[in-house]
Ligand binder design. Structure first.
Ligand code: 5AD
Ligand code: SF4
Length: 463
């Protein structure tokens, strides 16, 4: 999962001075994963209901919300830096409303309050649907508000799943959360603390939402969950296997493509692999986080699979679904990782040959077991990350080259921002593709011929 940011540099504080804030406008700064991006969209929809409109930039917004991420230190630093700048603005212009939500708000509310005392509200990951009410209350009376309750999963059935808004504006591709929280407790990961225990959304709610999305023009959905393929536990209606959910989504007319992220390797079973093979709407792309290529490290990370069992899943996937693309996440420099153990990760990457990978330096997260272990030196982590990225970039390019000459299907998202008269879209295998076209093809599913490979994806021509 990737992160994005538009930080206000100190020099830009000046820009705030030149802009009076426009009443009833909002700006949401989002860091972190797709779940956060999705939460920000929901916040926007709730704010629309109380008459707020998105502002064209952060400077003119009356309401500025920071939707934060805690998965590594970097996005936390960025949020604190932006909060510092916004505190100065708020000190000068009391009409602004500044709110913080998301993962960092969930676990660092006190620190946020201390470092940015002028902030108007701090709410956790389960309060997204309350934000419009909080803002309305603040418009009447400016008193600091906070709420950080995380739903507990009492007993086996979950009943406190948030209701969601459906965006009426046509959106070609939409993220749909199907599961909240995580029960795996990997020793490096803060997510179980920030998002709570695993809770699956009732199947009927998911299907109902996707039907509405299809009616509004969505052609591709990406089902979201921290361990998306363990979906279906603790439901009042009884257990619904993830593979069955995929088939139900595939029945919805108008939905042409189904993706999901991220599956947990141990739960990637034959039924799911067969659905990828047999159901044309389920894309031939699997993003399956490996994290490390050594069993001792995996065990200390509390990942519930081994190098061998991971390879077996990859083998079954590749033999059952020819042409499937597989991507992954890797963490280097997990505490006590030796040079040999890191070399095992490199060898495994070389052996498996993933189509792509998100690669990270381990970042100690306070409150997780990993933070208490013996840390690897920062310089060593950096070098290991460089080595890994170097290897994977080569492999990604080679994998993309293997596509040259092939006829592939893409969903066209619009004109390419980089190449004149070009369009871009993603292939079924989740490769970014640019191609020349003399006519408008946005929103269409078309076939193209791959001609040139790049580290970022492919150039193709119309067939
Ligand atoms: N340090 C570095 N990377 C992490 N991830 C999760 N926690 C950490 C951490 N403490 C990575 C994992 C996960 C991805 C979303 O972020 O690789 O799959
Ligand atoms: Fe974090 Fe592990 Fe859960 Fe993924 S499976 S969210 S890495 S605890």
């Amino acid at each position: 999962m990737s992160s994005s940011s538009v930080l206000i540099r100190p020099s830009r504080i000046q820009n705030f001075k030149n802009h009076d804030c426009i009443p009833s406008t909002y700006f949401i700064q989002t860091w972190g994963c797709q779940m956060n991006v999705e939460d920000s969209e929901q916040i926007g929809l709730y704010l629309n209901q109380i008459g707020f409109k998105p502002s064209k930039d952060v400077y003119s917004a009356q309401l500025i919300i920071l939707n934060t991420c805690s998965v590594r230190k970097k996005p936390e630093d960025k949020a604190f830096s932006m909060l510092g700048e916004l505190s100065i603005i708020k000190g000068r212009d009391q009409d602004r409303i500044i709110g913080v939500c998301g993962c960092m708000a969930q676990i660092r509310a006190e620190e946020i309050r201390k470092r940015a005392p002028l902030v108007d509200f701090v709410v956790g990951t389960a309060q997204i649907s309350e934000i419009s009410q909080i803002v309305e209350n603040l418009l009447e009376k400016r008193t600091f508000y906070t709420s950080l309750n995380l739903p507990e999963r009492k007993g086996s059935i979950v009943s406190d799943i948030p209701q969601r808004q459906v965006d009426r504006n046509a959106k070609l591709k939409t993220f749909v959360p199907i599961q909240y929280g995580c029960d795996k407790f990997c020793t490096y990961c803060i997510v179980p603390a920030t998002r709570g225990r695993e809770r699956s959304r009732p199947t009927v709610d998911i299907i109902d939402e996707i039907k509405k999305l299809a009616d509004h023009g969505t052609k591709e959905v990406t089902l979201l969950g921290q361990t998306v393929n363990s979906y279906g536990k603790n439901l009042a209606e009884g257990r619904v296997p993830f593979s069955e959910l995929l088939l139900k989504v595939a029945e919805i007319s108008g939905i042409e493509r189904i993706r999901y992220t991220s599956p947990y390797p141990r739960d990637f079973k034959t039924d799911l692999i067969e659905v990828i093979r047999d159901c044309p709407k389920v894309m031939e792309h699997v993003h399956m986080p490996l994290q490390a290529g050594n069993n001792t490290v995996l065990k200390r990370m509390r990942r519930l699979y081994t190098v061998e069992s991971f390879k077996e899943i990859v083998d079954e996937l590749r033999s059952t679904v020819p042409g499937v693309s597989i991507t992954t996440d890797i963490i280097v420099g997990f505490p006590e990782e030796t040079e040999e153990q890191f070399q095992d990760t490199l060898s495994m990457m070389d052996e498996i040959r993933f189509d792509g990978a998100f690669m990270f330096k381990y970042s100690p997260r306070e409150g997780t077991p990993g933070a208490e272990m013996v840390q690897v030196d920062q310089k060593i982590k950096e070098r290991r990350l460089d080595d890994l990225i170097h290897l994977q970039n080569q492999i990604t390019l080679e994998k993309n080259r293997e596509m040259i000459g092939k006829n592939i299907e893409i969903l066209v998202e619009g004109p390419s921002p980089k190449i004149l008269n070009s369009y871009q879209g993603y292939s079924r295998e989740f490769k970014l593709v640019h191609f020349l076209a003399g006519r408008e093809l946005t929103n269409q599913i078309i076939n193209v011929q791959c001609e040139k490979a790049h580290p970022w994806g492919l150039e193709a021509s119309l067939t």
